[in-house]
Design a protein. Structure first.
Length: 507
């Protein structure tokens, strides 16, 4: 299909010549009605304020080569991270625990988990739900020389691996996928890129009568508010919400650990409208709390939580940490030649597809500080990112710092705290994006409706995965390079050529 990458497309068309959506279309019937999508979201249960208006019905186009690229990134990242985590405490040559130090309380529980969760190699089966973020590179020459891809843009660059909040974005993507599928005819030239999110969630949660959500203060990602409604409509167990201070441990002679985790107070929705003070046993729990809140829990509570968490705590504390990107890049040769975990092709995929990232006190970081001091490198090429946060918070671009001296001062201060990674900025293209919502529909002197493009927007993608299974993509669009829903970004799905790739595959 001769259609440019990342353009928005008309779902209802059966002709490639009419597929591209732009501001020259003379009828708003050429797109899916935005108000219909808003209605779908409003009818599907409570959502955060503004979500229905920010979710766009007009998807972007990803050719099959791009879908294959994302699937290969998914498989390669999972293989690499799982092997690294399996030997985190045992590899005396790599000494990961020294290169990526953790809070002693986090280290203690992770060592405890590693001793109790089965033989080596099992982490990959229980890693949980991950959401790596990908940026679009504006440099097509950055593709490996062996690549056969023909593109106006460069390779995707993974800039972080989100594992902290397991289901964030998954229910939104599923709702969009369902909506798009309804608006494509049997002769449509597109198919959605979101896989069987609903069936994977059903498989993970169906054995449990109650699905628990541990939520910290001010944790309201775009899906969490909707969980009670979603699980009820899927015919799954009851969703109940509990705060960290309402967890406790009791003796249980029938448990392998001799203990059980209980909720002293819980609620059937996020807003505590019907708090129940009955002590209820917890068998499975989705953690929606920050790492700092977790390590402040009593030791026995945190250990029992670790045994019941949907996302393994090693995903939350290790894979989610942005320093992991630097660890992966430093381990590529070892993962191929010695560990035999990755093929040469997979190693090249990660070398090309991970954003260049440096850890405090590493040799690469010290060399980069020296280059910046000597004027051999520009501060504008770099960004500082907090190691454990998300949603774009705390990011400092070199372009925002007035002088190279002040930027180097920040880097040298970070050598003491280790609170940030240094990551090379990815030159990103911006795209004309149309909205089917509200003010983007305008009329001309002949009373014909047109689509207004508005400001050029950056695109940031997320590919969803469960225990290494690729489940598809969700995209954010914003005039600013930090694309976060909390900061006004749009949310939209992508489509690809029909039958070009399987929308769901196991790795």
């Amino acid at each position: 299909m001769d259609l440019p990458e990342f353009v928005q497309v008309n779902l209802s068309t059966t002709s490639p010549d009419r597929a591209r959506l732009n501001d020259n279309h003379d009828s708003i019937s050429s797109i899916v009605d935005g108000s219909a999508l808003q209605t779908v979201f409003r009818d599907s249960g409570p959502w955060p304020a503004g979500l229905a208006e920010a979710t766009q019905p007009v998807p972007i186009f990803l050719p099959k080569s791009r879908m294959s690229e994302l699937q290969q990134l998914c498989e390669s990242i999972h293989l690499a991270v799982c092997d690294i985590i399996d030997r985190w405490w045992d590899d005396s040559d790599a000494r990961f625990w020294e290169r990526m130090p953790l809070d002693p309380r986090a280290e203690a529980v992770l060592r405890w988990i590693s001793e109790r969760k089965g033989p080596k190699g099992q982490f990959r089966k229980i890693s949980g739900f991950w959401r790596p973020d990908v940026l679009i590179s504006d440099n097509p020459s950055a593709f490996n020389k062996t690549s056969t891809k023909a593109s106006d843009f460069g390779p995707f660059k993974v800039c972080e691996i989100n594992c902290r909040y397991p289901l964030s974005g998954y229910i939104v993507a599923s709702t969009l996928e369902t909506f798009h599928s309804r608006h494509m005819s049997e002769h449509a030239i597109f198919q959605t890129t979101v896989g069987k999110v609903d069936s994977v969630i059903e498989r993970k949660f169906s054995p449990y009568k109650v699905i628990w959500f541990l939520h910290g203060e001010n944790i309201q990602h775009v899906d969490l508010i909707n969980m009670s409604s979603y699980f009820r409509k899927q015919g799954l167990g009851e969703a109940r919400f509990v705060r960290p201070e309402h967890l406790s441990v009791e003796h249980d002679p029938n448990s392998a650990s001799g203990r059980k985790l209980v909720a002293t107070t819980s609620a059937s929705d996020l807003f505590h409208q019907d708090e129940t003070h009955t002590r209820m046993q917890i068998d499975l729990i989705v953690i929606e709390a920050r790492q700092a809140q977790l390590i402040n829990l009593p030791k026995d509570v945190l250990e029992e939580l670790a045994l019941r968490s949907v996302n393994d705590l090693r995903s939350i504390f290790l894979a989610h940490d942005k320093r992991m990107l630097a660890i992966i890049l430093s381990e590529l040769d070892n993962l191929v030649s010695k560990r035999r975990v990755l093929s040469h092709t997979q190693s090249e995929c990660l070398s090309q597809g991970l954003a260049q990232t440096y850890i405090a006190k590493s040799r690469n970081m010290l060399q980069e500080i020296e280059k910046l001091r000597n004027g051999k490198e520009s501060k504008d090429n770099w960004v500082l990112k907090p190691i454990a946060s998300g949603k774009g918070k705390g990011i400092v671009f070199g372009t925002d710092i007035p002088t190279k001296e002040k930027f180097c001062d920040l880097l040298e201060a970070n050598e003491c705290t280790g609170a940030y990674v240094l990551q090379r900025v990815v030159d990103q293209p911006r795209f004309p994006m149309v909205s089917a919502i509200g003010e983007s529909l305008v009329g001309d002197e002949n009373n014909k409706s047109h689509l207004s493009t508005g400001p050029l927007r950056y695109l940031v993608g997320t590919f969803m995965m469960s225990d290494g299974q690729f489940l598809g993509t969700l995209w954010r669009a914003s005039p600013e390079p930090i694309c976060a829903f909390a900061q006004g970004a749009w949310l939209l799905n992508a489509v690809t050529e029909r039958a070009s790739v399987e929308p769901y595959s196991e790795v």
